[in-house]
Design a protein around this ligand. Structure first.
Ligand code: PLP
Length: 396
């Protein structure tokens, strides 16, 4: 039997390869950081990690994790409700709630699980989910797992959202679901307008702060800070895998009754292991670090503003951004790949994105800034971009 299946798989893989859509992994042999070493010994500047605040290899987090290994052991060998809850898990949940100004928090192994397990326990076929067209794959999957009626609105398009809200008025409850920052353009969701429409049309709001928490808002407390809506949004999901140390772990935080029902019914929580104590301890440290000082967030905002302005001055076509994501538009898929590979030769690690990850004819290189980048490193990156762009006749 496997012979036939194997031929089928080989044909599928060949199709992916021929379409130029193969994803190849580069092997890093150093810790994650602004400067990384690849398996061929080459050292490159990293501009494609979600390491927004430079915490992936932060001494404070490493120390907190090591200490927890000694005091709380390595793994939990259990889900939370059987015997997988330590004081560290409860403390992390309280810390996250404090960070976002919410009532309670529930941890998951990843934000993919948080989003996968958030809708199904709360809503039935009598209800409606109204989802931004550019939402993350995990929100899309979470919606698929739920029996609620599905509505979709064009990315950040408030006219379309209003239309969908009107269309869903017959349903018992309705919830608007959106990413805080959309990862391909770096634009922030217009949460103030979404909130107004939610009030007008009696909807709940769910926002995924994965790319925005730690980044957006004056003190990096996310889109609810940016729009003055702290404590007003019913459901926030997020990850520990980006700004907050980049290891693993996700969460849903929000209204007390919502979190309590998720603890009773959310399948990825009930049927999957607890996060390791060291991850909980380092997570607590990360949130407290960001709550306690604005240094990293200020650095990130300064770096992003500097990079974007210098790239615009150099003549690049840059998507307007309000996050630490900077999309350098090239429009041509092949060119985006050629540019990324030449930049790597110059010691700059970035990724080119093209259809189907972004719409057809919208190919780009996505640059992700970090508080860990020095001004010299930013300059090196900009200089390399200009050099390669001239060689490829993108700039003259
Ligand atoms: C990265 C990301 C996720 C997934 O987070 P993990 O914790 O890595 O599973 C979910 N939603 C959004 C918007 C993301 O950017």
């Amino acid at each position: 039997m496997y012979q036939a299946f194997k031929s089928h798989l080989q044909a599928e893989l060949a199709n992916i390869e021929q379409a130029g859509l193969s994803k190849n992994e580069r092997i890093i042999v150093s810790p994650q950081g602004a400067l990384i070493r690849l398996s061929d010994g080459k050292e490159v500047l990293n501009f494609c990690a979600n390491n927004y605040l430079g915490l992936s290899n932060h001494p404070g987090l490493i120390q907190a994790a090591k200490k927890a290994l000694d005091t709380h052991g390595y793994g939990m060998s259990s889900v939370r409700f059987i015997c997988g809850t330590q004081d560290l898990h409860k403390k992390l949940e309280a810390t996250i709630a404090r960070f976002f100004g919410t009532e309670d928090t529930i941890l998951y192994a990843a934000c993919f699980d948080a989003n996968g397990g958030v809708f199904e326990p709360l809503l039935t076929e009598d209800d409606a989910i109204i989802s931004d067209a550019l939402n993350h794959a995990s929100i899309i999957d979470g919606v698929r797992l739920c029996k609620a009626q599905r509505y979709r609105y064009a990315n950040a398009d408030m006219e379309d959202l209003e239309k969908q809200l009107k269309a869903s008025q017959a349903q018992r409850f309705r919830i608007i679901a959106t990413d805080g920052v959309f990862s391909m353009d770096g634009n922030v969701t217009p949460l103030d307008k979404i909130y107004e429409l939610a009030e007008k049309y009696q909807a709940l709001v769910m926002v995924d702060e994965s790319h925005s928490a730690g980044v957006v808002g004056k003190t990096g407390h996310g889109v609810t800070e940016r729009f003055g809506l702290r404590g007003k949004i019913e459901i926030i999901t997020g990850t520990l895998g980006k700004a907050f140390g980049g290891a693993i772990g996700g969460f849903t935080t929000g209204k007390k009754e919502i979190i309590e029902l998720l603890r009773q019914r959310s399948r990825p929580y009930l049927f999957s292991n607890s996060i390791p104590p060291m991850v909980a301890a380092a997570g607590i440290h990360a949130f407290e670090l960001i709550d306690g000082s604005n240094e990293l967030q200020d650095n990130l905002h300064k770096n992003t503003a500097y990079f974007v302005q210098r790239m615009i001055d150099a003549g690049f076509d840059i998507k307007p951004t309000e996050s630490a994501i900077c999309a350098v538009m090239l429009y041509d898929a092949k060119l985006s790949q050629e540019m990324a590979s030449r930049l790597l030769e110059e010691g700059i690690y970035v990724t080119g994105f093209y259809y189907p990850v972004v719409p057809k004819g919208q190919a780009r290189i996505r640059v992700q800034l970090s508080a860990a980048h020095t001004t010299e490193q930013l300059d090196q990156c900009i200089t390399a971009f200009i050099k390669v762009a001239k060689a490829l006749a993108i700039l003259n």
